[in-house]
Design a protein around this ligand. Structure first.
Ligand SMILES: Cc1cc2nc3c(=O)[nH]c(=O)nc-3n(C[C@H](O)[C@H](O)[C@H](O)COP(=O)(O)O)c2cc1C
Length: 174
C-alpha cells in the first residue's frame, strides 16, 4: 500500500557505506522520477546517478546535514551514503522548477523505500562546487609538460565558464 511506504519513508542520515549501490538500482529509481509531472511539460529536470567512491566523496563534501543539529557535522566515514541521485535543472529548458524537484525527489524516496533502501532529500548543498566537479584523471603536473597541461586546464576552465552561463544548476539531492 502506498500509505505504508509513505509512513516507512524517513530521512536517514547514517548509512551502510559498505553496501554498494549499483547503477541499475539507481537507474530504476530514476525511471520512476523521470515520468513525474513537469511544469509546462518542460522536462527540465535531469538525473545523475552517482555510486563510485571518488564521486561519492566529492558529492558528500557539498552537502549540509541536519541544520538544526549545530554540533553534528553529518555522517562520519563508514556511515556515509553509498550513492546519490543528483537532481539537476537544465536552465536551457526552464528555471525555478521547485515543485517538479520536490515531486521527483519524493518519488525517488518512495521507490527507494519500496526496494528496502533509505535516503534523505538534501536541499542545502553547495551547488557550484557540486556541478563544476570534474574528476582529475591526469596527474596535475607532468614532467616537462607542465605548461601544456596548464594550458589545457585554462581552456577547460573557459569551457566551464561558458557552460556555467547556460547550463546545469543542481537543485536537490536524494
Ligand atoms: C526540500 C527538502 C530539503 C531538505 N534538505 C535537507 C538538507 O539539506 N539536509 C538535511 O539533513 N535534511 C534535509 N531535508 C530533510 C528534512 O530535514 C526532513 O524531512 C525532516 O527533518 C523530517 O524528517 P522525516 O523526513 O524523517 O520525517 C530536506 C527535506 C526536504 C523536503
Amino acid at each position: 500500500m502506498l500509505k505504508d511506504l509513505v509512513l516507512k519513508n524517513r530521512s536517514y542520515r547514517r548509512f551502510y557505506q559498505d553496501k554498494k549501490l549499483s547503477f541499475e538500482t539507481l537507474t530504476e529509481l530514476i525511471d520512476c522520477a523521470r515520468v513525474t509531472p513537469s511544469t509546462v511539460n518542460s522536462q527540465a529536470l535531469k538525473f545523475k546517478p552517482v555510486a563510485d567512491d571518488e564521486t561519492n566523496a566529492h558529492v558528500f563534501e557539498c552537502l549540509n546535514w541536519a541544520g538544526l543539529l549545530k554540533d553534528w557535522p553529518g555522517p562520519e566515514e563508514g556511515e556515509r551514503p553509498s550513492g546519490y541521485i543528483v537532481v539537476l535543472c537544465d536552465l536551457a529548458l526552464g528555471r525555478n522548477k521547485y515543485y517538479d524537484e520536490g515531486i521527483a525527489a519524493q518519488t525517488i524516496m518512495l521507490a527507494a523505500v519500496e526496494q528496502g533502501l533509505g535516503g534523505c532529500i538534501l536541499g542545502s548543498i553547495n551547488k557550484e562546487k557540486l556541478v563544476f566537479y570534474r574528476p582529475c584523471t591526469r596527474p596535475r603536473y607532468t614532467e616537462g609538460g607542465g605548461q601544456a597541461h596548464r594550458g589545457r586546464r585554462r581552456r577547460q576552465h573557459g569551457l566551464l565558464q561558458r557552460r556555467k552561463r547556460r547550463s546545469l544548476c543542481a537543485e536537490a539531492l536524494a
